[in-house]
Design a protein around this ligand. Structure first.
Ligand SMILES: [Zn+2]
Ligand SMILES: [Zn+2]
Ligand SMILES: [Zn+2]
Length: 330
C-alpha cells in the first residue's frame, strides 16, 4: 500500500492501466547487465533506481514475471562484460590458429589450406591446378587448431571466459549467472490500483482541499480493538474523522456495501461516514443508508463524486453537523 503512495509507482502503474505499457522487456547493457527503459522514465533516468523499483514491485506482488534470459557474469565482480575465448589445452595461450585440411581429389594431394591459398584463390601446390568447387574436385577433410606459442595441435581448444572489467579468468565451472525477467502488472494489482488510486484520487484531492490529512486506503482501530479498512480515512486534528468507501458497478448497487460499511462504523464511530456509489444505489439501499446515518454520494464516476463532495462541503463546511452533511444525499 505504501508503494502506491510513491509518485513514480503511480506513474508507472497508470501507464500499464492505460495500456501504454503491456510488458517490461529487459534490455541488455554491458554496464548495468539489464535495463528497463520504461521504468527509467519514471525515476529520473536512473538505471539502478529503475532496477530497484522493479525488484520492489516484484517482491510486493504487484508485478508478475517470466524468465527472459540468463546472463553470464564474472564471478568476481559480477560484470556481464565477459569474453568467450578458446585457449591451447597445453599452454593456455589464446594465440591459436584454426587450420583446415584439404584434399585435391583430382591428384590426391592432402595439405593444409594455407598451402593451397595463392592470392585469394586455391591452387594445388602439387599439380598447380586451380581448385574449383568443394565436394567436386576437392574436399575439406577437417580442421584442427595449432598453438602459435607452443606449437601443439589440438582438435578441441578449451573454452574460457575473461572479464573485461576486472581481468578475472574463469571457466563454466565458476561462472556467475543472472536470471533476467520480463515483467507485467498482476491483474489483482491492476484492479486494486484502479480502485484505490485512480478512482480515489479526485476524492482525496477534495478532502485535502478541506485541510484533511488523507490516507487512501486507511485503517482505524475500533472500540473492539479490530482494525477496519476504508477506501479513504480523512482526519483533522484529533477529533474529526471522516471515513469513505467507494463502490462501483455497472448497475445499481444493493444494500450489501451499506451494511458492511455500517458494521465497520459501528465499531469505529467516525464523525462522518460517506459511501460513494458509482453509478448509484437501489431505493432499498438508500433507505438503509439513511437509517444507518451513512451519507451517500451517487455519481457516474469518481470525478463527479468529488465535484459533488466539494460543492456540498463548500457550502456546508466539512465540520458541519449531521443535518448539514445530510444534504449530501441527493
Ligand atoms: Zn600452446
Ligand atoms: Zn593437385
Ligand atoms: Zn570481473
Amino acid at each position: 500500500m505504501a508503494l502506491y503512495q510513491d509518485p513514480s509507482v503511480q506513474l508507472l502503474i497508470s501507464k500499464f492501466v492505460r495500456g501504454e505499457i503491456v510488458e517490461l522487456t529487459p534490455g541488455f547493457d554491458l554496464d548495468h547487465t539489464v535495463r528497463y527503459p520504461e521504468v527509467e522514465e519514471v525515476v529520473d533516468q536512473d538505471p539502478n533506481a529503475a532496477k530497484q523499483l522493479v525488484q520492489k514491485l516484484w517482491d510486493s506482488g504487484i508485478f508478475k514475471r517470466k524468465f527472459h534470459e540468463k546472463v553470464l557474469v564474472c564471478p568476481s565482480c559480477l560484470s556481464p562484460n565477459v569474453s568467450n575465448d578458446y585457449v591451447c589445452p597445453n599452454c593456455n595461450s589464446i594465440d591459436i590458429e584454426r587450420k583446415t585440411l584439404l584434399e585435391h581429389t583430382a591428384c590426391g594431394n592432402i595439405d593444409s589450406v594455407d598451402n593451397f591459398l595463392v592470392e585469394g584463390s586455391l591452387l594445388c601446390p602439387k599439380c598447380n591446378k586451380e581448385l574449383v568447387e568443394a565436394g567436386v574436385d576437392y574436399q575439406k577433410l577437417g580442421a584442427w587448431f595449432q598453438c602459435a606459442q607452443c606449437g601443439k595441435r589440438s582438435d578441441m581448444p578449451s573454452p574460457i571466459h575473461r572479464c573485461r572489467n576486472c581481468g578475472h579468468i574463469f571457466t563454466i565451472r565458476d561462472t556467475g549467472f543472472v536470471n533476467v525477467y520480463a515483467y507485467r502488472v498482476s491483474s489483482e494489482a491492476e484492479e486494486e490500483f484502479k480502485r484505490s488510486y485512480l478512482v480515489m484520487k479526485p476524492i482525496g484531492l477534495v478532502l485535502e482541499d478541506f485541510q484533511f490529512k488523507v490516507d487512501m486506503p486507511g485503517q482505524i482501530a475500533g472500540r473492539s480493538g479490530a482494525l477496519h479498512r476504508f477506501d479513504a480515512v480523512a482526519t483533522k486534528g484529533s477529533s474529526e474523522v471522516v471515513v469513505l468507501d467507494v463502490i462501483a458497478s455497472d448497475k445499481e448497487i444493493d444494500e450489501v456495501p451499506v451494511a458492511s460499511m455500517y458494521a465497520k462504523i459501528f465499531d469505529v464511530s467516525p464523525s462522518q461516514s460517506i459511501l460513494v456509489a458509482i453509478p448509484g444505489l437501489t431505493d432499498r439501499a438508500k433507505r438503509l443508508a439513511a437509517l444507518y446515518r451513512v451519507s451517500i454520494v451517487e455519481a457516474e464516476n469518481s470525478q463527479r463524486a468529488a465535484d459533488q463532495i466539494k460543492d456540498k462541503f463548500g457550502w456546508a463546511g466539512l465540520s458541519g453537523s449531521d443535518e448539514s452533511f445530510g444534504d449530501l444525499q441527493l
